[in-house]
Design a protein around this ligand. Structure first.
Ligand code: DPP
Ligand code: ZN
Length: 859
């Protein structure tokens, strides 16, 4: 497959200021007539050939200026039309089979309705078009179809006319006044019911809001609607961004590759980011819905009003919008807890990407299939990079930068460089060297050491940016670090400083530091780097107890555990060292479990042990079996050693009645955390408390938490709870997904047998991405299942990739990175993982998606 390179960008030869689309809708057959007003681009290369992209479609007819055209030909999937003048009208008919579209890109049928997904390159599966984000058009859409099948007809913008047709059909016309790229086009038709609300913008525009779902689901839409209203208000207050249409529609769809899609005025969502009520959605689900609703809404400015010049600029909209949704969620809930969660996700999902065969800069230089670049790097690291600019500028100056960005680039397709320049000019920062964050991949490693010289504290920092594929040599990057030096006696510091390490090595002198201070560094996770510093346990215990930066407290606890487990996994601990290490961790853990001052939401974060994938990151080559054994061993030790404290905690929080308030949510978070440790220390106690929590549950958070713990135990309570759960939620696909994923993600010794059985369960569906992920992504992320020494886990993931690829390549490719980690795994397992990749590579008709990921993983 061809490699597309960023440096090869050329402006389009032809522009399409306007497009009119006419859909004659049917689930099995839809006819599309598309009329493009095309104009030669004065900045283009002057070519007389109009290239229109297509993908698995063929033209039924082509007309130019109303006449049947002969001067067209196919070039692979693309349609080329020869044009003599500077402006023409090109009309093309295509015929689609939505019910046969299992890739879920373009126009497809889901659960009896029709919907579209066009980002990144789905529009070319609907009609022929210059399907690139720098071609902006005004869209007019007409659609007609059977009124009984499609009572609701939606598209972008506003509905301008509607009426009845012959033979039980009806039609609607929609117009979107805002020019947009084709990836933001959307259409939905089907039987839907709305939860309706309104929002009045700060300049007085009254906006109608609808959350559309299938009949029966309308009782689970209020949280989504509330989140939308909160997002609209927040974006006005925080970024000065106002909504620009009179209507905002959200539609929930059950078959969806991604989380959601920001189509102008018509967001299409995976049902899992819309539907919630206390009985069927966990607190985490509620938070995710709020975050994703915010994210898609915020795209209306960062993505739609200012869009991307080409797909290499994806982080321009995604990194910035993730930062915006993170700040929004922090303002809606607890800022420190949100920061900890975001860093945890970065470390679990992005750090491994950055150190593996698929590592790429947040602005990649090349790709074969753009769908493979909707990654944690582009999204989450992209957000961290912009967050660093905000940290260096301060909130107020950063806002001046974003205002300038929106002013300068409104209505255009911009680049990452445009963004950096606007922040530079607006916020008054020099970002010359900072641009390296856009071009260099890899997580910088910062070695830190603190010494005393002439009564002053000297912090020496040394950075290394690791080698990544295609980037053997790296330059030093500017790394902003928030630091404080604590006085051991008073547990205070005299103020935080922001230092910027912009050389390979540098020294920072702190003149009025206390004697022998304790260093708190990268507070708030001010830079997405790994800090390397061998520290006495006592310093980490001190910070875990006393740091006034909540993130730094969490970080100290994590470092304490990471340091201990990494040494243990490496076989470097004798019995004395092991028990000394556990004692230090135990001391901090007891304080966390019993500290009456701590709020429970934060307590729940502090109690979490570092993920196995993050522990593996600390080692060049790791034995996943040893990591699992050591981590579980520590968990069991903590559970047994602090059994009384944990039971007292579990009892206290179990008495807190249900509400959506922070205090009650914190209680629920801690309840399941405590249960996890209790079960690890004493499985019989875990089983009896687990089933009691399950039976008493008045909400999904408690019920799912109990079932998660029971699913890992070999006991009769497990079977009771699993059977009850399945029967209780029959017909609710999102909850049945939980039933699948809890089992596939369990630490049960026979988890591989369970996964095999789940794949044969009558409720398993290869055609539904949520269901496939609920079984196989859960298994791929589950170290017990995936890294089983037999290699059966790898085989299972290899099989699903091969079976899913012909059906839905985009979702299939998402499973490849787990196998791609083989170089960082001990040799016996590495060989099995590699063999699985080779087996996939031998398939003759692999999609471009899977082919690219597999060949990079082997290469
Ligand atoms: N652009 C979408 C989002 O991240 C992904 N399809 O919001
Ligand atoms: Zn996005």
């Amino acid at each position: 497959p061809p490699v597309i390179r960023r440096e090869d960008y050329l402006p389009p030869a032809w522009l399409v200021p306007e497009i009119a689309l006419d859909f004659d809708l049917g689930l099995d057959a839809t006819k599309v007539t598309s009329t493009l007003s095309v104009k030669r681009n004065p900045e283009g290369n002057g070519a007389s050939t109009l290239r229109l992209n297509g993908d698995q479609i063929s033209p039924v007819s082509v007309r130019v200026d109303g006449d049947a055209a002969n001067d067209w030909r196919m070039d692979g999937p693309d349609l080329l039309v020869e044009l003599s003048g500077d402006a023409h009208e090109v009309t093309i008919e295509t015929a689609l089979v939505p019910s046969g579209n299992s890739q879920l890109m373009g126009l497809y049928a889901s659960n009896g309705m029709l919907c579209t997904q066009c980002e990144a390159e789905g529009f070319r599966r609907i009609t022929f078009f210059p399907d690139r984000p720098d071609v902006l058009s005004t869209y007019s859409v007409r659609m007609s179809g059977d009124k009984a099948t499609f009572p609701i007809l939606l598209a972008n913008g506003n509905c301008t006319a509607e009426g009845e047709g012959e033979n039980g059909t009806h039609w609607a016309e929609w117009h979107d006044p805002w020019p947009k790229p084709s990836y933001l086009f959307a259409l939905v038709a089907g039987e839907l019911i709305a939860n309706h609300g309104t929002f009045t913008t700060k300049s007085g525009r009254k906006v109608d809001l609808n959350v559309w779902v299938r009949p029966g689901d309308e009782g689970r839409t209020q949280h989504a609607l509330d989140s939308l209203i909160a997002s609209m208000k927040w974006d006005e207050e925080t970024f000065g961004r106002e909504y620009d249409l009179d209507l905002f529609n959200i539609v929930a769809v059950s078959d969806f590759n991604m989380g959601a899609m920001e189509n102008k005025g018509l967001n299409v969502f995976n049902t899992r980011y819309v539907l919630a009520d206390p009985d069927t959605a966990t607190d985490a689900d509620y938070d995710a819905i709020e975050g994703v609703i915010g994210h898609e809404y915020f795209h209306n400015w960062s993505g739609n009003r200012v869009t991307c010049r080409d797909w290499f600029q994806l982080s321009l909209k995604e990194g910035f919008t993730v930062l915006r949704d993170q700040l929004f969620s922090a303002d809606m809930g607890s800022e420190p807890v949100k920061r900890i969660e975001d860093v945890r996700i970065l470390r679990i999902a992005q750090f491994p990407e950055d150190s593996g065969p698929l590592a790429h800069p947040i602005r990649p230089d090349s790709y074969q299939e753009i769908s493979n670049f909707y990654t944690a790097t582009v999204y989450n690291k992209g957000a961290e990079v912009i967050r660093m600019m905000r940290t260096m500028a301060g909130e107020e100056r950063f806002r001046k930068g974003t205002d300038l960005y929106f002013d300068r680039h409104d209505g255009t397709a911009a680049t990452c460089e445009d963004f950096v320049k606007a922040i530079e000019d607006g916020a008054g920062l020099d970002l010359a060297q900072f641009r390296l964050w856009y071009s260099q991949a890899g997580t910088p490693q910062v070695a830190a050491s603190l010494t005393q010289e002439d009564g002053k504290a000297v912090l020496t920092l040394h950075q290394t940016v690791p080698t990544t594929p295609g980037q053997p040599e790296k330059q030093a990057m500017p790394i902003p670090l928030r630091v404080a030096l604590f006085d051991r006696a008073t547990a205070t510091h005299s103020g935080e400083s922001l230092i910027v390490l912009d050389k390979a090595e540098d020294r920072f002198v702190f003149a009025d530091a206390p004697a022998d201070p304790v260093l708190s560094i990268n507070r708030g996770f001010s830079a997405p780097v790994a800090i390397e510093m061998a520290r006495p346990d006592a310093d980490l215990v001190f910070l875990a107890a006393c740091d006034d930066d909540p993130f730094a407290r969490y970080e100290a606890m994590q470092s304490l555990v990471v340091q201990h487990l990494v040494a243990a996994v490496g076989g470097g601990l004798d019995e004395g060292q092991r028990s000394a290490g556990r004692k230090a961790i135990g001391e901090a853990f007891r304080a966390i479990v019993t500290d009456a001052e701590l709020d429970d939401l934060m307590r729940g974060e502090l109690m979490l042990l570092p993920a196995e994938s993050y522990l593996a990151e600390q080692l060049l080559v790791s034995d996943p079996g040893a990591i699992h054994t050591e981590r579980e061993g520590l968990k069991a030790w903590l559970g047994a050693t602090f059994a009384d404290e944990l039971k007292a905690l579990h009892d206290r929080v179990s008495a807190v009645p249900y509400s959506r308030e922070a205090e009650a949510r914190g209680a629920r978070k801690v309840k399941t955390q405590a249960l996890v440790y209790i079960a690890a220390g004493d499985s019989a106690e875990g089983a009896s408390r687990g089933i009691a929590q399950y039976r008493a549950a008045s909400c999904m958070t408690d019920r799912q938490g109990a079932l998660m713990v029971l699913a890992s135990l070999d006991c009769t309570e497990r079977e009771e709870a699993l059977a009850d759960f399945l029967a209780r939620y029959e017909g609710n696909a999102l909850v049945i997904d939980k039933w699948f994923s809890l089992q596939a993600g369990s630490l049960h010794p026979r988890v591989l047998d369970h996964v095999r059985a789940l794949a044969k369960h009558p409720e398993f569906r290869m055609s539904n991405p949520n269901r496939v992920r609920s079984v196989f992504m859960a298994a791929a992320m589950n170290p017990v299942a995936f890294h089983d020494p037999s290699g059966e886990g790898y085989r299972m993931i290899g099989d699903i990739i091969r079976r899913l690829d012909p059906i839905n390549p985009q979702t299939a490719a998402r499973f490849v990175p787990s196998l791609g980690r083989w170089r960082r795994v001990e040799p016996v397992r590495a060989k099995l993982m590699r063999a699985e990749l080779e087996r996939i590579a031998q398939e003759p008709d692999l999609s471009r998606d899977v082919r690219e990921q597999v060949s990079k993983s082997l290469g």
